[in-house]
Design a protein around this ligand. Sequence first.
Ligand SMILES: [Zn+2]
Ligand SMILES: [Zn+2]
Length: 284
Amino acid sequence: MIITTLSDKDLVSRFEYFGKMTLRYRYRVIGLLPEVAERKLYLRRGCASIFEYAKKVAGLSEEQTSRVLNIAPRLSDKPALRSLLEEGNVSVNKLARVVSIATVENEGELAERVQILSKSALETFVRDYRVACVPGHASAEVSLGDKPESESLFKQERKNIEVAPDVADQLAILRSKGFDIDQLLRELLAKREEDIQQKKDDVGKSLPEESGRYIPVRVKRVLMEEHGTKCAKFGCNKASHEIHHTARYGVIQSHDPHLLAPLCREHHELAHLLDVKYAEMHRR
Ligand SMILES: [Zn+2]
Ligand SMILES: [Zn+2]
């Protein structure tokens, strides 16, 4: 058949079909690579190195080959992730992202996530996981209260904290009178936190039993007071994109502000992808 006689639709569908197959086979060939390297089978084909062999046979760049050879030994005690690599079910790039947080305990859970999350959602997931620093536990759900131990996260932001001259004057006067101004500010911040929680309790109690999809203004207002215009996820400074129901709205039909969080696009996507997977697992 002459290609030029194909309709646009047929041409593009053919292109995409073979494109998909190309990726699929590339993953498979990458999955076989560590074992071929280990058994030094490239020598039998007259190649001096696995890099030369992989390039010749499968068109893999040195970078791709060294990435997979780097990852493979780190998966030797992690059978679920290892089989994803060997069977070519996910890209090495995605595996490279999770391998940094994978442990013998969490690798099963990570193997599931790596299959359902998009690359950018996975990146966010891994970053959050590192921040949360919970050893051996793969849960980096949209847990909003978890404040990480590491202060280094805000080192940069801390440098930019400046107060207005009138505030500085008042603080200076207080300090000269012997007050511990750090302690005063800590108490002020704790009070703010307490007030917001109290308001959330009050707003939550005032909600009608039956509520539609529409989120009442007073709920939105208290969320705004708590999070400003940014994503509620700790450490994320992106603009909030949507108010997310942390308890699935389909199950608990409530707009209680304790169950709501404004999230950025990425964290919102992540929350829903994990949510869908969770629902699937429990339906089985
Ligand atoms: Zn949502
Ligand atoms: Zn976010």
